[in-house]
Design a protein around this ligand. Structure first.
Ligand code: DC
Length: 224
């Protein structure tokens, strides 16, 4: 099958997942959240008391872990050694651990084939940091979604509070800035727009306006 692949990259909290989920439902595509994979590797490290930035031990831990994505009723679930960890990967500690392990080349190599395989078999919108640059350089559409750090921290704070996870706004903002720095300064596959991506800044856009902007770009590019 010649699948249609749409890559959406950008920093944490730019609205990638909400927008990609909504757009994929409209298009009948699957939505692949690749951050969940790095989060699962991060959670595995935390569970085993491995410091997530300890490249040597994180790399060793990959030898006996299995990370899988399953799509149940169109919803992605992530499994770590057969256990559904889709909720556990959403804590602030898991976010930081994910950012740390994602800078380790062996981790990126470990998750690469899984992402490519899904994209080759399915029409999908895949979101992450390096989808347009590294994972799917031939994606038909590449979007780089961004917003100011403050706007992104406000959204992430609201999202976590809504889920009953207690956090302090200033900590969320600080962690967001730290994670942006880590993600865009690492040596391997750093967060940056692909040369052929369309940049959409959602700082002053509502969620509906952001979804509309992405959908109109997709229909224009797909000629639908
Ligand atoms: O999208 P997210 O916040 O769930 O991602 C968690 C971390 O994983 C993020 O800080 C960077 C990393 N990541 C990555 O390096 N490459 C991807 N394709 C997706 C996420």
């Amino acid at each position: 099958m010649n699948s249609i692949n749409i890559a959406i990259d950008g920093p944490a909290g730019a609205g990638k997942s909400t927008i990609a989920k909504s757009a994929s439902r409209k298009l009948g595509f699957i939505y692949v959240d690749t951050g969940a994979l790095y989060r699962a590797v991060g959670v595995n490290a935390l569970r085993r008391s491995i410091t997530p930035s300890d490249a040597e031990n994180v790399e060793k831990s990959l030898a006996d872990i299995k990370v899988e994505l399953k799509f149940i009723d169109g919803q992605q679930r992530v499994y770590l050694n057969g256990e559904d960890v889709s909720e556990e990967i959403r804590t602030p500690a898991a976010s930081m651990a994910a950012s740390d392990v994602s800078a380790i080349p062996a981790v990126r190599a470990f998750l690469f084939d899984l992402q490519r395989d899904i994209a080759s078999k399915n029409n999908c919108i895949m979101d992450g940091r390096d989808i347009g640059t590294v994972v799917l350089p031939d994606a038909q559409i590449k979007i780089f979604l961004t917003a100011s750090a403050e706007a992104r921290a406000k959204r992430r704070y609201a999202e976590l509070t809504e889920k009953g996870i207690e956090v302090d706004y200033n900590n969320v903002l600080e962690e967001m800035i730290q994670r942006d720095y880590n993600d865009s300064h690492r040596e391997i596959a750093p967060l940056k727009p692909a040369g052929d991506s369309v940049i959409i800044d959602t700082t002053d856009l509502s969620l509906e306006q952001s979804i509309d902007a992405v959908l109109s770009l997709i229909s224009q590019k797909l000629g639908k």
